[in-house]
Design a protein around this ligand. Structure first.
Ligand code: SAM
Ligand code: SF4
Length: 474
């Protein structure tokens, strides 16, 4: 039993897919309609786009990388920072012209941006040529809404169908068709939404409340991925460490990991994102005893100042964060840490910022995702006074990147002479090199044959660079 409603993708949506297929074939006389999907933002969006692609194929579309030849253009948007929204609006503005050469072109906008009322108002005002707009709560009904949009357009004989969908129910969908972008690495969502309401973050407002998938569904999907040859599987959720809440089975994230680790064969389990407030010792105990869980943890700290962490509503301190890191290192000596940092939260001073660089030096992250704070309308932080200029925040960011560069370089140098088990992921014909990944998520370039792709190799590290390693197969 799951306390969140579950929708099984199947007959209902498939019948809309068939109607769309018939419409293109019989009414528009297009034998091979093409769809272009543009994805912005995080892994969750990449995973959602794989589902949109699966549904579009069910509707009879072929996927194209060229938006100029598409009959459907779908933008799966991100709302996490203002520049992600600006980028999307820039591209959407550009494709308007394509309607002149292809009057049957459908432009669809979905994802996190469209869950915000202010964005919907802007679309109605300036981007009314978009045919269908729907949010993250309606992914599972995409075929239905697209079919209704088509009917609208036929009936109204207008250049745009202007179909705006607003739904709010937090559900879990199972049995989506999906086209995966890669045949070795896969994303597997284990939960949706977020309950943490960090004061700067829009995610809880656009993705709804936290809800976990039943473990049986996750295990079955995981097993199928292994059977289909996937070697590196990333479990997705905004806070995987709180997996299991709201389920009436007795399970938490470490227990789920144990079940997934129990399959035979050579594969790696990764996960993101872990919230430090819920990272327990049990998690690291399970990783240290496992056969397949990566020795890498992405543990976003955001900031090193306790004063700012409190204003961010992160619910941990610099000291408690360092305690987690110490415990993890004691159980898994070769563990690699990466993190997210926000520079320039409202009210942050240079002294606060120095607490962050101090933390970086103590933890020794291998790499970071760094962001300048971006005010998000409707979040508590957006109402706080923010006296530091963008220019000053940029100087702090550059200073932080310099500190991190030295840490990464030193960490990589220490790996020279060591042997790692790596997965060969791709091949560079120009240099005859394989691009491989360590369990700690570091890229290693090695001379090798293309047919090694998909194999785990033993590699001796011979040299290091700022962002990657060089090695040879042994
Ligand atoms: N759930 C994850 C966690 O709590 O660590 C993070 C998910 S969020 C998609 C990815 C990152 O975006 C965050 O860790 C944070 O660093 C950054 N971020 C979120 N809101 C932001 C904002 N308003 N301005 C700048 N960066 C932001
Ligand atoms: Fe945003 Fe915080 Fe939720 Fe992560 S945990 S998605 S940063 S609110």
């Amino acid at each position: 039993m799951n306390l969140s409603p579950i929708y099984k993708y199947g007959e209902e949506q498939n019948s809309y897919c068939q109607k769309i297929k018939d419409y293109y074939k019989n009414t528009l006389k297009i034998e091979n309609p093409k769809a272009f999907v543009k994805t912005y933002g995080c892994q969750q969006n990449v995973s959602d786009s794989e589902k949109y692609k699966g549904m579009l194929i069910n509707m009879g579309f072929t996927l194209t990388e060229n938006q100029n030849e598409a009959d459907v253009i779908l933008f799966n948007t991100c709302a996490i920072r203002e520049n992600a929204e600006n980028k999307a609006f820039g591209n959407i503005g550009w494709v308007k012209n394509l309607k002149k050469t292809n009057p049957n072109l459908f432009i669809i906008l979905c994802g996190c941006m469209t869950e915000q009322n202010s964005i919907i108002e802007k679309i109605k005002l300036k981007f009314s040529f978009i045919d269908l707009v729907f949010g993250t709560h309606s992914v599972h009904k995409f075929p239905k809404y697209f079919y209704e949009t088509i009917l609208n357009k036929i009936t109204n004989k207008k250049s745009s169908a202007k179909n705006y969908i607003k739904e709010t129910e937090d559900i879990i969908t199972e049995d989506f068709p999906a086209v995966r972008n890669n045949n070795l690495k896969a994303f597997l969502p284990i939960m949706y939404g977020c309950n943490n309401f960090c004061s700067y973050c829009i995610v809880p407002y656009v993705r709804g409340r936290e809800r976990s998938r039943n473990s049986a569904e996750i295990i079955s999907e995981f097993k199928k991925l292994l059977e289909n040859g996937y070697k590196d599987i990333t479990l997705l959720g905004q806070n995987v460490n709180s997996y299991g809440k709201g389920l009436d089975e007795n399970i938490d994230f470490p227990e789920l990991l144990k079940k997934l680790d129990a399959f035979e064969g050579d594969y790696t389990i990764r996960f993101m994102t872990s919230h430090p407030k819920d990272a327990t010792n049990k998690l690291f105990d399970v990783i240290s005893e496992s056969k397949h869980i990566a020795h890498h943890i992405h543990l976003p700290v955001q900031c090193g100042s306790n004063r700012i962490l409190e204003k961010m509503n992160r619910k941990y301190t610099k000291e408690s964060y360092l305690k987690i890191i110490d415990y993890a290192k004691s159980k898994i000596p070769d563990i690699i840490f990466t993190s997210d940092i926000i520079v320039g939260f409202p009210g942050e001073t240079y002294e606060d910022f120095l607490e962050t660089t101090d933390l970086l030096k103590k933890v020794k992250f291998a790499s970071l995702f760094t962001f300048i704070y971006s005010p998000r309308e409707g979040t508590p932080a957006a109402k706080l006074p923010d006296p530091v200029t963008k220019h000053e925040k940029t100087t702090w960011l550059l200073e932080l990147l310099k500190v991190q560069e030295e840490i990464s370089e030193t960490l990589h140098k220490k790996m020279i002479g060591k042997t790692f088990k790596v997965l060969a992921e791709s091949f560079l014909p120009e240099t005859n090199e394989l691009l491989c990944r360590t369990s700690g998520n570091i890229i290693v370039e090695v001379k090798g044959e293309k047919d090694k792709i998909g194999n785990f190799l033993s590699v001796l590290i011979t040299n290091s660079k700022k962002e990657s390693l060089k090695g040879k197969i042994i």
